[in-house]
Design a protein around this ligand. Structure first.
Ligand SMILES: [Zn+2]
Length: 320
């Protein structure tokens, strides 16, 4: 449970190019893994990034525009060919299940592993995943069709017991849980030992919010706040703000504003229109509003380290 890391498999919009792929991200939070969106070619990208298919268990689909889910059917088919047995959970808009099952039926393709679809709620924030360490929520965005954002929030861990104090005060094992939860301790002589002396802060919990494709939603802070990392689409520059509005997308400046509103620690922007060959002006525009902005560059991995609290951006060692 050392890190939260995000691999950008694709971050482009609409039209796949020779050097730019449609949206897909692979998120690792400790030992839990999530594929977020699955544009055309995602399975090849997973191979290039050396992400084993056995790590696929949960797939989130934001909406049913092709550049966010046309890679799903081929991936499901490959998993069948690889003789997958374990269940695969897919979270997405209601019609996703019939879109996939109809294609499977028409092509006479059988999937033998359990394929479990969870339809997302387009009207409110909803918890869609809950494990020992993590919760995941979906929430509605504003696009031309139903579209969802996802918020991955690690649970706060209990405080850590200081081993030296445990020995010093001969605290019985049965009491440790209470103390980790914040209780003080009364020693044999009747002295109250405050919790702060017995315990230390738990490891930092991380959170990640994913928002694509959408117009700027000014009340996003009601769905999540203070994310350590926020991915927000920035399809256009401000000069194209009319175009952004017509197509239900955001500008780089608007992505910066959303990072401010939600009090994000760091912002990643992507989903740039293919008209932009150089991403630096988009970065500059967002940074003018929210300085701690990075480009979600395809082929890169962004890691938050729990121990050092460092944020690392590295090119992944890809295999072609
Ligand atoms: Zn879209």
């Amino acid at each position: 449970m050392e890190h939260l890391s995000l691999s950008i498999l694709g971050a482009s919009s609409a039209v796949p190019m020779s050097d730019r792929s449609p949206t897909s991200q692979f998120l690792a939070v400790g030992n839990e893994f999530f594929l977020i969106d699955c544009g055309e070619g995602t399975q090849v990208k997973l191979r290039q990034h050396r992400i084993g298919f056995s790590r696929l268990k949960h797939i989130m689909i934001s909406h049913l525009h092709g550049d966010h889910f046309y890679g799903l059917l081929p991936l499901l088919s490959t998993l069948q060919l690889l003789d997958r047995r374990s269940p695969l959970y897919i979270y997405g808009p209601e019609k996703l299940e019939s879109a996939i099952r109809q294609q499977l039926a028409i092509t006479d393709a059988e999937i033998h592993y359990p394929l479990i679809f969870k339809a997302l709620n387009p009207s409110k924030k909803e918890e869609i995943f809950d494990s020992k360490h993590l919760k995941v929520y979906s929430f509605p965005l504003r696009h031309s069709i139903d579209c969802f954002g996802f918020y991955f929030q690690e649970k706060t861990q209990p405080r850590k017991m200081k081993k030296s104090e445990l020995a010093k005060f001969q605290i019985p094992v049965a009491e440790i849980r209470q103390i980790k939860a914040g209780a003080d301790w009364i020693d044999k002589a009747g002295n109250l030992i405050p919790n702060a002396q017995l315990t230390e802060d738990p490891p930092k919990s991380f959170s990640y919010a994913y928002c694509t494709d959408t117009m700027p939603v000014k009340h996003l802070h009601r769905y999540f706040d203070h994310p350590d990392l926020l991915y927000h689409e920035a399809t256009f520059m401000s000069q194209e703000s009319d175009r952004a509005k017509q197509t239900n997308h955001s500008t780089a400046a608007q992505a910066g504003e959303i990072a401010e509103i939600t009090k994000a620690e760091k912002l990643l922007i992507g989903h740039f229109s293919v008209r932009y060959k150089d991403f630096k002006p988009l970065l500059k525009e967002a940074q003018a509003i929210f300085p701690n902005t990075y480009i979600a560059l395809e082929g890169y991995k962004f890691t938050l380290n729990r121990k050092t609290r460092e944020f690392k951006v590295e090119k992944e060692n890809q295999h072609r």
